[in-house]
Design a protein around this ligand. Structure first.
Ligand code: DO4
Ligand code: MG
Length: 288
């Protein structure tokens, strides 16, 4: 089952049937057994014409987020550990990544609130003070306020490798800035957890030409999703649930940096494809 957040409300795709849900997003998704709730005849669920649904999804789509915080896990795949060790070789921090990969406690960091999150089809930003910027394609969990994983979306943890590589303590600046996160196109609420063989694919196009493409699967992750969720909820409450990006396993070669105009497409098959164009933050954006 797929939930799309649109500017007029929420649309549910169940099999081939589309429904309009007249329930506010944060109330809608924050519950146990979300799948069964959506599958049954909940109040405020109305069958709609597929053409109406397609039009709304095409024209009014938003990121599938309301009052949820976005957090992220780091160095959960061997490939991320290797890349981070390379980029931080000069700063002397390489050991940190090696240790956190092996440690019992995972790396978890705050990433974003909804106002900095791009949805499918929207723009993500690269920093002007970064010389090495990359997208990080990440399966992203939706966890309800009780700490139970209820769904999945596609995430992009946009990052500056030059800033993080200069000093690991710059991680928040490398990771948190306007439009440094993207989520979408929908929230997948499956009956069963995703299979380990679920593929993640990322393609980057520049002037219409594919300059990077690679694929992996979520089974290569060192940790379990439940383990990540449990650590995150140890001492934090999330009244509306939260999103947790689960780390990247696809890292473009070290001579690759994103440019303005690049188009990043991340596909996690049962969820869909999240597409975002890269730009610099328009310079007047901070003015009132
Ligand atoms: O350790 C820094 C961040 C790692 C990360 O974002 C990832 O592995 O995906
Ligand atoms: Mg990441």
């Amino acid at each position: 089952m797929k939930l799309f957040k649109v500017s007029t409300g929420a649309i549910l795709l169940d099999g081939s049937a589309f429904y309009r849900l007249d329930i506010e997003w944060d109330e809608l998704i924050n519950r146990s057994n979300l799948y069964y709730y959506l599958a049954n005849d909940i109040e405020g669920k109305y069958l709609i014409d597929p053409n109406e649904a397609f039009r709304a999804i095409e024209n009014l789509l938003l990121a599938p987020i309301g009052l949820q915080e976005v957090w992220a896990a780091g160095v959960t795949y061997l490939r991320s550990r290797e890349a981070r060790m390379e980029e931080s070789a000069d700063s002397g921090a390489a050991d940190l990544y090696d240790k956190v990969y092996a440690a019992e406690r995972p790396e978890l960091f705050f990433k974003s609130l909804a106002h900095r999150v791009a949805g499918h089809g929207q723009q993500v930003y690269i920093r002007r003070d970064s010389t090495w910027s990359v997208p990080e394609p990440e399966l992203t969990l939706y966890i309800n306020s009780a700490g139970e994983i209820q769904g999945y979306t596609v995430g992009n943890d946009m990052s500056s490798r030059s800033i993080e590589g200069e000093n690991a303590l710059y991680l928040p600046q490398a990771k948190i800035y306007e439009r440094s996160a993207a989520l979408g196109p929908c929230l997948l609420v499956p009956q069963q957890p995703l299979a380990a063989a679920t593929p993640i694919r990322m393609s980057i196009k520049r002037n219409g030409i594919e300059v990077y493409v690679d694929e992996t699967n979520i089974g290569r992750m060192k940790r379990t999703f439940t383990e990540l969720a449990q650590y995150l909820y140890r001492e934090c409450d999330f009244s509306y649930g939260c999103y947790l990006m689960t780390g990247t396993c696809l890292v473009p070669p070290n001579d690759f940096t994103l440019n303005e105009g690049d188009v990043v497409s991340i596909t996690i098959d049962p969820v869909g494809t999240l597409v975002n164009t890269v730009i610099y933050k328009p310079s007047n954006q901070h003015q009132l």
